[in-house]
Ligand binder design. Structure first.
Ligand code: PLP
Length: 480
């Protein structure tokens, strides 16, 4: 609290957000309302815990601690050292790793910076790397480039070459990857994906990298929670380095982790190289509030309840897949092993953008996504759906089936709207869905469905929010 002698220039330091900055407070309130009244199906998102948010919003944000525990560039780090060591220990426990064989750097600000630091540690500028192509489910940071442009640091500073999924099974084409690697001779192969509904064969990849003397890195950003819960194969059995985000299936705050092998005969100094790549090569001071939140999330991940959560995420994704297939739709690979499904909309004559748009109007948040065989990267033919967030709102298979039915109705409605629009243009489609065409059947159905989705969504709790006392904030952008 401010005291009677607090000067005017410091009074601001003691006043709550709602008083000092109603504008930002209102935006937070609106976003809270959106999360509460909608259905979150973006596969990369999740709902972190109240405890994680508490740690993330803590006073630890004040502290500079460049360096590592017991080797800092600043004083006053005795508690920060304790925190970072606890976080590292918990990261190894969460993934069941032997501290003699594995180490971890917990300072990366996010998944992308973790990946760039890992590349910096493993290979030299302009060295060659291979990653799963973006249209096939890979991530930007795995070497993505286009005809016109080197899009990310992973293709700007390194030579990259994408591998692919097969045309028929839509699974990773390990044989083609093997022959391409023979010719391209990468120093590093990256596995892991952002939109791949099946598990990985790490042993097969290891064979290739051993043959060619390359490093094998897994970026398990999407699936790390399922890996920790042993619902999926472990990349740690075969990979040299494993990176992850902490905010997807792992259900922590937004950050990244880099795990590295300590016992590599061809690279005994990997620990030093990873640590120096994170700081000073790629980052400055660690975000200690975030590291505290990561530590809290990892403590939760190590509990048996988290395993039950992860199992439910996968069961829910399977239930969603079955529901959609039951309505006659096509899913890439016909189902899922993990938390996500890729829905191919081309057989019914819709694009991912249109369905994303219509779902947005209804409060169902999804994203358009490329599907195998798309003619143009600009017009993705599918959508990606994940069950991590809805499972964190307590939903089980029967509830997810209802969500699948909403999606079915949204897609059928999209077909109707496309017809009413009379063209295939997205802007005409949006026009008929929105209130500009009040009289049309399509618009009325959009409104009806939006009301039903909201009524369903507000039955569920939202972690960290006292929803019973939640007030509808001013200034919501309601489409109708
Ligand atoms: C999400 C994701 C990232 C990037 O994470 P950010 O925290 O957004 O930087 C990296 N790799 C994969 C595979 C991802 O899915």
């Amino acid at each position: 609290m401010a005291t009677s002698s607090t000067p005017d220039f410091n009074k601001v330091l003691y006043r709550p957000l709602a008083e000092i900055d109603p504008e930002v407070k209102n935006i937070i309130d609106k976003e809270t309302w959106r999360q509460f009244t909608g259905l979150e199906l973006i596969a990369s998102e999740n709902l972190t815990s109240q405890a994680t948010m508490e740690a993330n919003g803590s006073i630890l944000t004040n502290k500079y601690s460049e360096g590592l525990p017991n080797a800092r560039y600043y004083g006053g780090n005795e508690y920060i050292d304790e925190l970072e060591e606890l976080c590292r220990k918990r990261a190894l426990v969460a993934f069941n790793l032997d501290p003699a064989k594995w180490g971890v750097n917990v300072q990366p600000y996010s998944g992308s910076t973790a990946n760039f630091a890992a590349l910096t540690a493993l290979i030299q500028p302009q060295d060659r790397l291979m990653g799963l192509g973006l249209p096939d489910g890979g991530h930007l940071t795995h070497g993505y480039y286009t005809q016109k442009k080197k899009m990310t640091a992973s293709s700007i500073y390194f030579q990259s070459f994408p591998y692919a999924i097969t045309k028929d099974s839509n699974l990773i084409d390990y044989d083609a990857l093997s022959s391409q690697a023979k010719i391209f001779k990468p120093k590093l192969i990256i596995c892991g994906a952002s939109a791949y509904p099946r598990d990985w064969d790490y042993a097969k990849l290891k064979e290739i990298t051993i043959r060619d003397g390359a490093f094998l890195m897994c970026d398990m950003a999407h699936t790390s929670g399922l890996v920790a819960a042993q619902e999926l194969n472990s990349p740690f059995d075969h990979c040299d380095v494993v990176t992850t985000t902490t905010h997807k299936t792992l259900r922590g705050p937004r950050a990244g982790l880099i795990f590295f092998r300590k016992d590599l005969s061809n690279s005994p100094d990997l620990e030093k190289r990873v640590n120096e790549a994170v700081f000073p090569a790629c980052q400055g001071g660690p975000h200690n509030n975030t590291i505290a939140a990561v530590a809290t999330a990892l403590q939760q991940v190590a509990q048996p309840e988290f395993k039950a959560y992860a199992k439910q995420v996968v069961a829910n994704a399977r239930a969603l897949a079955e529901t959609l297939i039951g309505h006659g739709y096509k899913l890439q690979t016909n189902g899922t092993d993990n938390h996500l499904v890729l829905w191919d909309l081309r057989p019914i004559g819709l694009t991912g953008s249109k369905v994303e748009k219509i779902c947005d109007l209804m409060g169902i948040t999804i994203n358009k996504n490329a599907v195998s065989g798309d003619a143009s990267a600009q017009v993705p033919g599918g959508i990606r759906l994940g069950t991590s967030a809805l499972t964190s709102r307590d939903m089980k298979e029967a509830d997810i089936k209802l969500v699948g039915d909403f999606l079915h109705r949204a897609v059928q409605l999209s077909l109707l709207l496309q017809k009413e629009a009379g063209t295939k243009m997205l802007k005409d489609f949006v026009r008929v869905a929105s209130k500009q065409e009040e009289g049309k059947v399509g618009h009325q159905q959009v409104k009806q469905l939006r009301d039903e989705v909201r009524e369903f969504a507000i039955k569920w709790p939202l972690p960290g929010v006292d929803v019973a006392n939640l007030q509808k904030p001013d200034g919501l952008h309601e489409p109708f």
